[in-house]
Design a protein around this ligand. Structure first.
Ligand SMILES: [Zn+2]
Length: 424
């Protein structure tokens, strides 16, 4: 008999989990029962068959919640079985509400435990969460994951940035969990207050999500330098769960947790499968959220997959460069495909830039890019910065941007998902 490869083993296990889950979901979950019956599926025997199931889209879920208010019909059990409700960040339109059962909330926490363990966090660590702990799911699950691990979790809810910095130093926090943008904002504020985080704080690891930043090389470098820590990316979404993590070897990629999720990459226009090494949209199915699952969910995230075994020994799908951006964020300017993350990668190489905003607009039927720079108060004068930034953008992205400066402190700051790119 042929030995079973690591990939086959992963896929066999996924099929087993999927079938077990569908056995519970299909008779009881109105959303998926109707959806799959309409498409002619009643049971799944193979992964090939699974790959022919219809996709689930966010628009569909939003419509379902409008038609079945307030929580929609993607519910496998009666309401009394659900113990947590959260919502999406609502950056694009009305937020989605999402319910979890005791079992699925526990599953979320276990997925976060994987993220922490892969980065080398242990029960010895003190994990600080500068997060508002409001209805957005954000880092709530990370908070639960820290408990699973036996680490000491410190809440930074309802605190100013100054109070949070003091708490990080006073509690001797060793791990920081927040968006990349907020880690940089805290570092900038610390500098103004005369705190050298690399020297004065015990933070040795930072774990990020919500934006591509922690996988953008120059943003990652800036976080690592200003915190004196190693920076890790992870990927997740309210509707889906925490599906991606980085291992300690950090091969410039994010692992997909294929024990708990099935990942596919498709052509965002035709829906046809994309091969490893080709960019496409990530489609995810979760295997442990039986009470409110998503099956073949179009995340809108652009990725490039690889099945090369990682030096850490895992054979899961790797996402090279993490989440590259949102499918709808890419703009074509004079024939050049431009991702916000590529522009950020250039701008973060300049320590003189504290915050920025990019505007894409049309002039005489041509698209143009304007970069609005807020310099750091620590760097003055800034003569020649416009030419240096413009030159590097031209060299890397092959575009000539317009550059404008604004006074320190005038651009907005972000605790959660940053919004810096505007099509005006
Ligand atoms: Zn690895």
């Amino acid at each position: 008999m042929e030995p079973v490869s690591a990939r086959e083993e992963i896929e066999n296990e996924q099929l087993k989990r999927l079938r077990r889950m569908l056995h519970t979901i299909l008779p009881a979950n109105e959303f998926y029962r109707t959806k799959f019956a309409d498409a002619g599926f009643t049971q799944i025997e193979s992964l090939e068959q699974f790959r022919n199931l219809p996709f689930t889209t966010k628009a569909e879920l939003v419509e379902d919640q409008q038609n079945h208010p307030p929580f929609g019909s993607d519910l496998t059990f009666s309401q009394k079985h659900y113990i947590r409700i959260h919502q999406t960040s609502g950056t694009t339109g009305k937020p989605l509400y999402w319910l979890d059962t005791e079992e699925s909330w526990n599953w979320w926490a276990e997925c976060w435990k994987v993220i922490f363990q892969a980065a080398g966090v242990s029960s010895e660590d003190r994990v600080y969460f500068p997060f508002s702990f409001g209805p957005f799911i954000g880092f709530w699950a990370g908070w639960e994951g820290a408990r699973k691990l036996g680490a000491l979790a410190v809440s930074g809810g309802a605190q100013s940035t100054t109070q949070r910095l003091k708490a990080i130093v006073d509690y001797g926090a060793t791990v920081l969990v927040c968006t990349p943008t907020y880690a940089l904002h805290m570092a900038a504020e610390a500098k103004k207050a005369g705190i050298d985080l690399a020297r004065d704080s015990a933070v040795r690891l930072t774990i990020h999500a919500g934006e591509p930043g922690a996988s953008i090389p120059s943003t990652k470098k800036l976080i690592e330098e200003s915190w004196g820590a190693k920076c890790y990316d992870h990927a997740g979404a309210t509707e889906v769960g925490a599906f991606g993590f980085q291992c300690a070897l950090q091969p410039g990629a994010v692992h997909v947790n294929e024990s708990e999720f099935i990942a596919e990459v498709i052509d965002p226009n035709s829906g046809a499968p994309r091969q490893a090494g080709e960019q496409g949209e990530l489609v995810i199915s979760n295997l442990g959220r039986v009470g409110s699952p998503v099956i073949r969910y179009r995340t809108g995230d652009l990725v490039e997959s690889s099945y090369q075994p990682c030096p850490c020994g895992r054979s899961d799908m790797l996402l090279r460069g993490g989440i590259l951006g949102r499918a709808d964020d890419m703009v074509i300017i004079r024939g050049v495909n431009v991702f916000p993350s590529a522009v950020e990668n250039v701008l973060r190489e300049f320590p003189e830039i504290e915050e920025f905003r990019v505007e894409i607009f049309e002039k005489s039927a041509m698209k143009e890019m304007k970069i609005i720079i807020e310099p750091s108060a620590h760097y003055s004068p800034i003569e020649g910065l416009d030419e240096r930034v413009g030159g590097r953008v031209r060299e890397r992205i092959r575009l000539r941007p317009m550059i404008e400066f604004v006074a320190p402190g005038s651009l907005p700051r972000f605790e959660l998902k940053a919004k810096r790119f505007f099509k005006v």
